[in-house]
Design a binder for this molecule. Structure first.
Ligand SMILES: [Zn+2]
Length: 83
């Protein structure tokens, strides 16, 4: 399981996930993968902190939630290795 993101770096999860310049390369890879996910109406999903940390929206399938969790885990793993 990923560690709670707040212990990794930064003021809060939003900073870590979306703003911290330390992780811009890893974030680019995460966003690339997230942008390939389509909701049930075949639209790209809105990438938000809520989506990453608690993806329970009706318009996203179970398998898509699994992909989001995997992508997030990859980001956390990659950024933890780079510390
Ligand atoms: Zn930072």
């Amino acid at each position: 399981m990923p560690q709670p993101v707040r212990v990794v770096h930064g003021k809060n999860a939003e900073h870590y996930l979306f703003h911290c310049i330390r992780y811009s390369k890893q974030r680019e890879e995460m966003m690339d993968q997230l942008l390939q996910i389509r909701d049930k109406k075949d639209k790209t999903i809105d990438i938000s902190e809520t989506l990453l940390l608690a993806p329970h929206f009706d318009n996203i399938s179970k398998s898509q939630r699994r992909i989001i969790k995997e992508v997030l885990f990859e980001f956390i793993s990659a950024t933890t290795r780079s510390l």
